[in-house]
Design a protein around this ligand. Sequence first.
Ligand code: HEM
Length: 242
Amino acid sequence: MNWKQAFTSSIGKKLVMALTGVFLILFLIVHCYVNALVFLEWFGPLGRGYKAYEGAAHFLGSNPLTRIAEIGLLAGIILHIVQGLMLFFDNKTKRPVDYNVHPGNKSSKWYSRSMGLLGTLILLFLVLHLYHFWVPNRYQQLVTGHEKDLYLLMELTFKDLWVVIVYILGCISLAYHLLHGFWSAFQTLGLSTKKYTGLLRCVGTVYSIVIPLIFIAMPLSFYLGLLPDAETARAATQTLAH
Ligand code: HEM
């Protein structure tokens, strides 16, 4: 397969979707882990979660390698969306007449047939999400040379109920998108051999449920006041041992 075929043939498009999908799956693990450090507030002295999270966020934010990774991430997201849209329209033109009979769950799950819709909902969530966090943080870094207090930014962002609801809906869409996408990506890559099918299905299901649930816990915990406010947590870090 040459470069042109990778982007134009049906199997090429599926392969690009699978490779960018696996890349995004790996990104979500790191992103979820770093943000979940705020929950260390529940395990240990006051300020522990704030310190761990701000430390990790600062390490990543001030690292030039992160800027390079961000370009790769952006390219991965755009490729995933463009190829996904092309596959969606390919399937539509190949089967222009809608079937009268919908076999429903007997042949496939609703979320497997709604990947385009779920992907669009995630994209809408992502635009709002980057506007909330990534844009203001990069802007402040560019203008002042200092990053934002991201723990405080989370606290302020998740004060609005509608924002929390949009984040929860975004994460639920992500869960269903992953329930099909995780498995589908590994199948396209030929890794779903007889021996590993069961294991892959199990890991895919656990991943698709656990990661979005941890993400949901973040806006919900700030909104419900289950995490200390940034000012209290920051002040407490002064008394923590280094
Ligand atoms: C719901 C809980 C979430 C929280 C609290 C959260 C928090 C953050 C924060 C604070 C940043 C800015 C990092 C920086 O500027 O250095 C960020 C960036 C980003 N987030 Fe999230 N995030 C969440 C969920 C998600 C989800 C579900 C996705 C993907 C579907 C996602 C994708 C991204 C991307 C692509 C970036 C920009 C790249 C980066 O800075 O790492 N986030 N997020």
